[in-house]
Ligand binder design. Structure first.
Ligand SMILES: [Zn+2]
Ligand SMILES: [Zn+2]
Length: 168
C-alpha cells in the first residue's frame, strides 16, 4: 500500500491495491482480501488522497447468533501537507510530510478507518426475528409452540375485552 510520490507528475492519479487483511494488521471480524481504490491528486505543496476500501467481514447476529458474512465499505480523505501552515479543513484528515518524503504508506490509515467502519449492531438481516426467549428456537427458520406467550402489546386491550365478554 505504498505509493511512490517522487516521480509522480502533478495532477490526478489512480491506484488500486489488493491486500490480505492479515497484512493490514486486521483480525476478526475481517477476513480475506481488502480492495482499495485510491485517487491521489498531487499539487505543489500537498497531496490529496481519497481512499475507498472494501472489506469482507463475518459477524455473529446479535439477535439469533447465526454467523453471517457481509461487506464493509470504508472511505476517507487525507491531505498530506508539505507546507508549514495547514489549510482549514473540514471532515478531512491531515498528515504532515517532510519536503523530501519520497513515498506515502496508506496501510495504517486504511486499518484505522476499517476499524471505525465496524457497525455497532450486527444483524444477519434487518428484520431478523431472533431467538425465542423461552425455548431458544431460531424464529427465522421455525415457529415454536411458545409463540402465544408473546402477546403484541397492541392487542392486549382487545384480549382483556374478550376475557370480560367470556365471563358474561
Ligand atoms: Zn439474526
Ligand atoms: Zn419458543
Amino acid at each position: 500500500m505504498i505509493i511512490k510520490i517522487t516521480n509522480l507528475s502533478l495532477g490526478s492519479h489512480e491506484f488500486t491495491f489488493e491486500e490480505s487483511v492479515e497484512n493490514l494488521g486486521l483480525e476478526k471480524p475481517f477476513y480475506g482480501k481488502a480492495k482499495s481504490s485510491i485517487v491521489l491528486n498531487k499539487l505543489y505543496d500537498q497531496l490529496i488522497v481519497f481512499v475507498t476500501s472494501d472489506f469482507k467481514v463475518q459477524f455473529e447476529c446479535d439477535r439469533c447468533g447465526v454467523e453471517y458474512k457481509s461487506t464493509l465499505k470504508s472511505d476517507y480523505k487525507m491531505v498530506y501537507l508539505m507546507n508549514e501552515v495547514p489549510e482549514e479543513t473540514d471532515s478531512i484528515y491531515v498528515s504532515y510530510l517532510n519536503r523530501d518524503a519520497d513515498k506515502i504508506d496508506l496501510k495504517n490509515d486504511i486499518r484505522e478507518f476499517a476499524l471505525l467502519a465496524i457497525p455497532m449492531k450486527h444483524l444477519c438481516k434487518e428484520d431478523c426475528k431472533g431467538l425465542c426467549y423461552k425455548c431458544g428456537a431460531n424464529l427465522n427458520f421455525e415457529q415454536c409452540k411458545c409463540s402465544n406467550a408473546e402477546i403484541d402489546p397492541r392487542w392486549k386491550p382487545l384480549i382483556n375485552l374478550k376475557d370480560k365478554l367470556n365471563l358474561n
